[in-house]
Design a protein around this ligand. Structure first.
Ligand code: FBP
Length: 550
């Protein structure tokens, strides 16, 4: 980095907060173990798949007095999509293992799990770490989406760790990467490899959370960036008064990002996928709802508005969900034949293989969306929803409905649209104070879990709605969060995704406000993340977390 911005320079000096239990260094941490644990569902099947790591107790750390500890060599991997704060997890881990012994070493495997398998790494020295403190991005070592699940990969990783004297790995990733971390932990336990594995909860999507993992890192910062942009667009819409903006927001599956942004900005429309699924809504129902809001606003002379669409919506509409599940299986089994076809034949091939009603749904979609549904799956077998332009699809369908209403004389307004997709704009933002503190603590805490000899655990820092003095640090066995799900045409053990709960406080608060936000212009303009200044503007927590913990 030849030039560092003034803000980044100032941010490098920021000292993240730590839970009390970790403040005297990792060697002083005392662990308190709970009772044996169970997976959230499918206990027998999960136990059979993880005989060596299943049922471990939860761990909570307390501050104790330091004892001499040996040096430790650790490898770290960033896995999956970028999320603000990843560099701070690595910085916390580095400081944690150095607090154990100054000769401890940290190796960063490059470009995600592939780096472990191919032995592509760098040693992370103090100079490197210091240049990345409190910065966004994953560029210190890069990330990747390779799924670690094959014995050859585990063995290659083992051999590469042996060369570097690595006795522990920290995998920073989302639900699927942490599932991989657990598979690796299990294999290394079963084969007595002498390598412990710890996971850290990352994803802007916010869907890796439960009673013990209260947030996945990056969600706070990403939502603040999107909310700033939505607020700016709302102000533009309210100034020009001529456009309806359809904004798709990242979040592969759950609608936490859309919900949080709606709570922060009060848009006219926000669709929540989980509600669509619960009410078995069709695309036509969603179009009817948005059209009715547009018409009500037009009747008041407001031919403008903002609609938030969660990225994962398409998979929650029951008719589309069945179609996508069938397509996932079909494309997994017919991968080779399918790859050799040209575009037109691909669509025909798929339509011919689907049963009658799914083929009808498939053919009812515009060709561009049909093709987007058939694009390559990610390495976990999922459709890449970020490539499906639902915001344009809905804007088009609402436009068509309004045209018909105009012809019938039931609508007299104007309707011009702008489509946006916010995702990449927020994934590498400089972490907010919340994410900077939380991530640093997660990394430091991972070092404490390794020192305690734990494997197959996720680093857990809780009670983060309270001052850091009251944060609770510890570890949760990853198997505890698992159930069996169908992936890539087969049943697989995976960490259960946390979807938006319709009886939870965040959704209920949104539902109580949305009718007013629909018709009134009740916009909130959150503005940019503040890093320096009074605590009431710098040390915020998400509305989601605040309402969940209330
Ligand atoms: P992770 O769950 O791996 O953190 O990634 C989340 C995400 O940002 C989703 O919101 C989005 O659908 C996806 O990554 C896009 O990933 P890619 O850029 O690799 O297509």
């Amino acid at each position: 980095m030849t030039f560092v911005s003034p803000l980044q320079k100032a941010r490098l000096q920021y000292k993240p907060k730590l839970p009390v239990a970790l403040r005297n260094g990792v060697a002083a941490v005392k662990n308190v173990e709970g009772a044996p644990t169970q997976s959230v569902a499918d206990q027998d099947r999960i136990q059979a798949l993880f005989p060596n790591t299943y049922g471990s107790p939860q761990v909570v750390f307390e501050a104790g007095s330091a004892r001499p500890a040996p040096a430790i060599n650790v490898g770290v991997i960033l896995s999956g999509g970028q999320a603000p704060g990843g560099h701070n997890v690595i910085a916390g881990l580095f400081d944690g293992i150095k607090s154990l012994h100054p000769d401890s070493r940290l190796y960063g495997f490059l470009k995600g799990p592939d780096g472990l398998v191919k032995n592509e790494y760098i040693e992370l020295t103090a100079d490197i770490i210091n240049a990345y403190r409190n910065t966004g991005g994953f560029d210190m070592i890069g990330s990747g989406r390779t799924k670690l699940e094959k014995t050859e990969q585990f063995e290659a990783g083992k051999a590469n760790c042996a060369k570097l004297g690595i006795s522990a790995l920290v995998i920073i990733g989302g639900d699927e990467s942490n599932t991989n971390a657990c598979l690796l932990a299990e294999y290394y336990q079963a084969t007595k490899a002498g390598i412990n594995v710890i996971g850290c909860p990352k994803t802007i999507d916010g869907d890796l959370k439960n009673e013990f993992i209260e947030a996945s890192f990056g969600f706070d910062t990403a939502c603040r960036v999107y909310s700033e942009l939505i607020g700016n667009i709302q102000r533009d819409a309210n100034s020009a008064k001529k456009y309806w903006h359809f904004i798709k927001l990242m979040g592969r599956s759950a609608s936490h990002i859309a919900l949080e942004c709606a709570l922060q900005t009060h848009p006219n429309v926000c669709i929540i996928s989980e509600e669509v699924a619960a009410q078995k809504q069709t695309i036509a129902d969603i179009v009817d709802y948005i059209t009715s809001v547009v018409a009500q606003r037009a009747a008041k002379g407001c031919n403008f508005g903002v609609a938030l669409i969660p990225e994962g919506l398409i998979e929650f509409i029951p008719e589309m969900k069945n179609l996508i599940a069938e397509l996932n299986d079909l494309l997994a089994h017919e991968e080779k034949v399918f790859a050799d076809l040209d575009q037109e034949d691909k669509l025909k091939f798929v339509a011919d293989k689907l049963d009658e009603s799914l083929a009808r749904t498939f053919k009812s979609l515009p060709a561009a969306i049909q093709l987007q549904l058939c694009l390559d799956r990610d390495p976990h077998g999922n459709v890449q929803v970020s490539l499906i332009e639902t915001e344009k699809l809905l804007a088009e369908m609402v436009g068509a409905k309004l045209k018909a209403m105009k012809e019938a004389g039931t609508y007299r307004g104007k309707f011009s649209t702008q489509a946006h997709f916010f995702g990449y704009e927020g994934r590498c933002a400089a972490p907010s104070n919340y994410d900077a503190d939380y991530c640093y603590s997660l990394g430091y805490n991972a070092a404490a879990l390794l020192h305690a000899g734990k494997t197959g655990y996720m680093s857990s820092v809780r009670n983060t709605t309270q001052p850091a003095d009251q944060w609770i640090a510890g570890g949760i066995p990853i198997t505890m969060m698992m159930n069996m799900e169908r992936r890539h045409g087969a049943d697989k053990p995976v960490i259960r995704k946390a979807l938006v709960e319709l009886d939870g406080n965040p959704f209920r608060t949104f539902a109580a406000g949305r009718d007013q936000w629909a018709v009134e212009t009740d916009y909130v303009y959150p503005g940019p993340i503040q890093y320096f200044g009074p605590a009431e503007v710098c040390d915020l927590i998400t509305k989601t977390l605040e309402l969940e913990q209330a």
